[in-house]
Design a protein around this ligand. Structure first.
Ligand code: ADP
Ligand code: ADP
Length: 226
């Protein structure tokens, strides 16, 4: 099964910036996949399109076989997104934030509470459940975004620069957590501009530059070439 299948994806923003110029990409179910590229390469745009936040100008995208255009709701239900920017209500508590997300996806309340406890504990946030988001450190906020993205138990977790601005210790523990949930079967796609991060985590990699995929290979063969 393909977790992601995109072809000919293009995006020209209003104002004329050609962020994507015909991107083809497939990611198999179960993979841990990196989209690597410098700032401005088109990573966030690609992820935005996959997550239905940005409309492509041209091309096709399928998530677990669901067409993003014609089967948007089914596709969205498969995806958990960890955006780059903190986008939660800073005055809500950690627990409220994850429970609201579950509610948004129609997860029954009891199940939502169970999952909240499980994911917050695994991400070292259970003790902080009654703290307001604005009281959390940067690393905690990032982990909260991961917990929130998992509340509807998506088949595909997408993370946009997940460890940007996170110190090395927290980064390592986040990496460990991501590896573990991938082992349990969740497909993961992350964007990064650190080769080291991709190397630590990912089996397959695509390199994007100026809106085009310039390399798409296994991590092993990329490292062998360098
Ligand atoms: P990356 O995530 O790799 O840094 P982006 O997808 O954010 O790259 O950006 C790709 C290009 O599109 C950049 O030139 C950026 O300035 C531009 N861009 C991104 N978002 C928008 C937008 N909403 N409107 C106009 N231009 C944008
Ligand atoms: P879409 O075509 O997907 O609706 P828009 O072109 O309307 O996207 O841009 C979305 C928003 O992003 C706009 O409000 C725009 O002001 C903002 N934006 C513009 N340029 C950039 C940029 N370089 N990077 C990020 N966001 C941008």
């Amino acid at each position: 099964m393909k977790a992601l299948d995109i072809s000919g994806l293009a995006k020209t923003y209003k104002g004329g910036v050609q962020a994507l110029k015909g991107v083809d990409l497939t990611v198999e179910e179960g993979d841990f996949f990196a989209l690597l590229g410098p700032n401005g390469a088109g990573k966030s745009t690609t992820i935005g399109i996959i997550s239905s936040l940005v409309n492509p100008t041209a091309g096709q995208a399928k998530v677990f076989g669901y067409d993003l255009h014609t089967e948007k709701e089914a596709a969205k239900a498969c995806i958990g997104l960890v955006p780059q920017e903190f986008n939660f209500n800073q005055f809500e508590t950690v627990l409220q934030i994850v429970l609201n997300q579950a509610g948004y996806y129609g997860v029954p309340r009891d199940l939502a509470k169970e999952r909240a406890k499980k994911y917050l504990a695994q991400l070292d946030l259970w003790e902080k459940r009654d703290a307001r988001a604005r009281e959390l450190s940067g690393g905690m906020k990032r982990r909260l975004m991961i917990a929130r993205a998992l509340m509807h138990e998506p088949r595909l977790l997408i993370l946009d620069e997940p460890t940007a601005g996170v110190d090395i210790e927290i980064r390592r523990s986040m990496w460990g957590f991501l590896k573990e949930i991938n082992r349990q079967g969740i497909t993961i796609i992350l964007t990064t501009h650190y080769l080291e991060e991709a190397e630590m985590l990912c089996r397959n990699i695509a390199i994007i530059n100026k809106g085009q995929i310039v390399e798409n290979t296994s991590m092993k063969s990329l490292l062998a070439k360098l």
